[in-house]
Design a protein around this ligand. Sequence first.
Ligand SMILES: [Mg+2]
Length: 228
Amino acid sequence: MRRNTLLIDADDTLWENNVFFEKLIEDFISLVESCGYTRAYIRHILNETERKNIRQYGYGVRCFGRSLEETYLKLAEQMAVRETVATIKARVLELERTPPKIMDGVPETLAYLAERHRLILFSKGEAAEQAAKVERSGLQGFFEFIEIVPEKDHETYGKLVHKHKIVKSQGWMIGNSPRSDINPAMKIGLNAVYIPHQDTWQLEHEPVVAGAGKLVILPAFRELRTHF
Ligand SMILES: [Mg+2]
C-alpha cells in the first residue's frame, strides 16, 4: 500500500473523554433538579449555554465549568447557594486533573500505522489543555506533528492540507465526530474513517455527509490495521 497521511482525532478516538463530562453532567442535573425542572430541560439549557460560551471562549474544560455555573445560576435564581457553586468548581477541577484513559488497542495500532504511514494528531480545543493531554497520554511519539486548532471546520482542514502538503487522495481523517472529523474533511476532498463512539458529545452529532473521497466506517480503532 502507498504511504498515506493519516490525520487522527484525539478525544474519544485515542482516549475516553466525553464519558467523564457526561458523568459530571448527570450529577449536575441531579443537583439542579431540586429547583423544579425536568432533567431534559436542564440539559437543554446547559447545551444552549455551552453553544453560546464556545462561540466566545472556545472549547475546553474551563469554558465547560463556566457553562455549568451559568446554567445553575440561571435555573436556581434566588434559590442559588454558594456551596453548590463551590461543588461545581471542585468537580470541574477534578475533571481537569483526570488522566487520559487510552482506549483499547490504541498504542499497538498506532505503532503499526506509524511504520507505514505519516501520522498527524489533529485535535480541537484549548491549546494548552489539549497539549497537556497529549503529553500525559504518552502517545505523542507516534506522530510526526501535533496540530491543535480552536475549531475543526473545512477551513482548518484546508490549511492543514496546504501546510503539510497532503495529497488529498492519499489523506485520511480518522475520528469519532461527524461534525468535526468526517464531514469537514470529506467536504474538502479527503478520505475519512468514521469510528463511532457511544459517548460522543451531543454537540458533535450530525448526519454523515459523503464527499468525493472514500468513507470507511469501523467499529474500533484496532480495526484500522485491516485498512492500512
Ligand atoms: Mg473526538
